[in-house]
Design a protein around this ligand. Sequence first.
Ligand SMILES: Nc1ncnc2c1ncn2[C@@H]1O[C@H](COP(=O)(O)OP(=O)(O)OP(=O)(O)O)[C@@H](O)[C@H]1O
Ligand SMILES: [Mg+2]
Length: 399
Amino acid sequence: MSLETKILAKLDYAEYYILIVDDTPANLGVIVDYLEQYGFGIMIARSGESALQKVHYSPPDLILLDVLMPTMDGFEICQRLKADEATKDIPVIFMTSLTGTEDKVKGFEVGAVDYVTKPLHQEEVLARITTHLRLRDLTLGLQEKNRQLELSSRTERERLFEAVNQQREQLRALANRLTEIQEAERKQLARDLHDHLGQILTAISINLTAIKNELPPDCTPQVNERLAEASTLTAQTLEQVRELSLNLRPPMLDDLGLIPTLRWYIKQYANRLAIETKFEALGLEERLSPELETALYRVVQEALNNVAKHAQASQVQLRLERKGGAIVACIEDNGQGFDVAKVIGRKGMVNGTGLLGMRERMTLLGGRLDIRSRPGHGTQLLVEVPEENGYAQDKNIIG
Ligand SMILES: Nc1ncnc2c1ncn2[C@@H]1O[C@H](COP(=O)(O)OP(=O)(O)OP(=O)(O)O)[C@@H](O)[C@H]1O
Ligand SMILES: [Mg+2]
């Protein structure tokens, strides 16, 4: 099988329309018959104007274009076709004279894909036509594949993005739920410690007093001493249990709210550590949501613990303010400060989890926490958190 037949074998000619443009149709008779025999649809135009009109109304798959024509020559027709977005991809093959080398060059310059020389050789014309039709089909196929690929990768990207977003939302909701459970457990533990253990210790203490009162007068001093020791230990343990219970979660946070609880906490803190403390609360007479009160209480608690543990400060100031739908808090100490960039690496925290936990609590409520510190210049924690947050919606995400 010759190459020509091979090329021809794969095309269904009846699917293609060819426009032949020539002002002397006598020249065309033979080639038109020949191509029609193969099944091609043929349109003929005798001038440039008529050709452009035909292309406009019924775009062919390929154009055979004569160079020399009276009103508009082939080059101009070709240039116009190539300048128009709708027709620029139709392959144009020039029909030139044997001697017209310059015409051939110019033909390529104005956008032709090939040329055939007159007088036309039927097989050659057929071979060139089929080659360029196949090339055009391949190009169109590739363009379509590319378009589909682009489309599917875009859809895939969007799907992935959506999935990641959904998971992030679920994680956020889970983290919220976890904090909630943690607080509930603390509350329960604090209550159990206070009520159960506290009552038992109180009962022991009462019993010890009763035993002491009922001791026989001839009782040895050692027994008296042991009893007094047991009473002291019981009283101390009771005090520790109360303190532990309060630190786990002071009931006044639920009963009286954030500001009175912070006042109590800071007073206790200052007494224990001999650090001068200042506390200011502005516009916070009304209660905040329970989640926000708990989160702010925990943030202040951790910040003050950090001051006690790391700052070696003599003063700490806490200021809370309600400002345009948000709560703004600043906790500032005059201690030794630290290099924030070193402690908070790019990938998160290097030491401890306190600062990380604070930041997470604030992020979960749609707020943020900024840390400003420099060695030798004290530390400032700035919190800004909206009063309203997407917390209630989050609960629905994990059902
Ligand atoms: N107010 C502060 N003054 C000086 N250094 C601080 C202060 N707050 C934090 N830091 C520094 O930042 C580090 C990280 O604090 P973070 O609260 O995250 O962890 P931690 O207190 O060391 O441990 P954890 O809180 O988990 O018990 C601390 O180890 C300390 O070096
Ligand atoms: Mg800490």
